[in-house]
Design a protein around this ligand. Structure first.
Ligand code: SF4
Length: 354
């Protein structure tokens, strides 16, 4: 189905004047050319200019016949547009705020780290999952992002050319916008697309049924699953959404799958003081993870305005890590990025709201 017609309004500065080409697959672009009477051998050049060079004007494609360029210029917009706000953190990460076609703000975060340059993208405006530790959840659901709106967060930031990793850990639950996220990942990892290695693309999910299973089968990218407690009653308090797998089912699903060597499965564990950071939790984590290939990321909790919860102290996070590693479990503490600009885990949307 075609992307909706954008009438040159909103915050796009008139760039998205017609139908949008970004978000279309190689075969869709081939079809567009054929239907318009052009040779479909131009598709390779078009996808190169679109996804590798992220052009804003089809007339830049100087190795294509002028007739094709004029046709595209008349019928389509490339689909890349600027963020309307950029906020720089003391730790050099940057938050970019874009408008969706419907006028809602969505946030992407660029995080440089030596040779690794990651962009954290949003898959939805707001989120309907209502996780208790997450500001985005408090905003509620405002809409799914179109494929081009997801790709735009990768392709239009000033650091686009030096990006090495893409993580779907921004606003929204990726598996709740399943078709668009899957297509965006196809384009991000295709050789005719952005050509990221699937090993460098990660989605973070609460593990929605049965989409996690099909996602595991259909892609080769990494998966980070929000666990936050090994006990189901507590996990349900933190992640109340219906339709998610429980911890046992997640473990069974992962164990049943034949994982490629370099594909990573991570459990994410936000450590909240006095809630999920006791010896009882540690022992259960060790019990369920021992002998699996699952890695665990321990994360600080970032309280938003009005929250009465606090993050577990650093020493306790390090104690958990040491004990997990001692028991043969691959564990790390994920360094917080962009906390001062509301870009850290669980804070997206807070700056925009203010
Ligand atoms: S943690 Fe993720 S799934 Fe939960 S409310 Fe926040 S954005 Fe949604």
């Amino acid at each position: 189905m075609d992307q909706p017609y954008v009438q040159g309004v909103l915050n796009f500065g008139g760039i998205l004047k017609n139908r949008i080409l970004s978000g279309k697959s190689y075969s869709e672009i081939t079809d567009i050319l054929s239907e318009s009477g052009f040779s479909n051998i131009q598709a390779e050049k078009i996808t190169y200019w679109l996804y590798r060079r992220r052009i804003r004007d089809f007339m830049e494609m100087d190795n294509l016949p002028k007739t094709v360029r004029l046709y595209l210029n008349d019928q389509f917009s490339p689909g890349f547009y600027e963020p309307y706000q950029t906020i720089l953190s003391d730790d050099q990460s940057k938050k970019y705020i874009f408008s969706t076609q419907s006028g809602f703000p969505v946030e992407a975060v660029y995080m440089p780290d030596n040779k690794r340059n990651t962009v954290c993208v949003s898959s939805q405006a707001g989120c309907r999952m209502g996780c208790c530790f997450c500001y985005t959840g408090k905003l509620g659901f405002k809409g799914n992002l179109e494929v081009y709106e997801i790709l735009n967060q990768v392709g239009s930031i000033p650091e686009a050319a030096k990006l090495t990793h893409v993580v779907f850990m921004g606003m929204g639950e990726p598996l709740d916008n399943y078709d668009n996220v899957l297509k965006a990942i196809d384009i991000l990892t295709a050789q005719w697309g952005f050509a990221f290695s699937p090993r460098n693309v990660t989605i973070s999910t609460i593990a929605i049924k049965p989409r996690l299973e099909t996602f595991i089968e259909k892609t080769k990218c990494n998966i980070a699953i929000s666990i936050h407690s090994p006990f189901e009653d507590e996990r349900s308090t933190m992640i109340p959404s219906a339709g998610k797998y429980n911890v046992r089912e997640i473990l069974d699903l992962i164990q049943a799958h034949n994982w490629e060597r370099h594909r990573r499965v991570t459990f994410q564990y936000i450590m909240i003081d006095g809630f999920n950071d006791t010896e009882r939790h540690l022992k259960e984590l060790i019990r369920i993870l021992k002998g699996t290939r699952i890695r665990i990321n321990l994360m600080s909790y970032h309280p938003s305005e009005g929250s009465i919860l606090q993050s577990s102290p650093d020493e306790l996070q390090w104690y958990f890590k040491r004990q997990l590693v001692y028991n043969g479990i691959s564990a790390s503490i994920r360094r917080s990025r962009g906390e001062d600009i509301g870009a850290a885990c669980g804070l997206l949307g807070s700056a925009t709201e203010r």
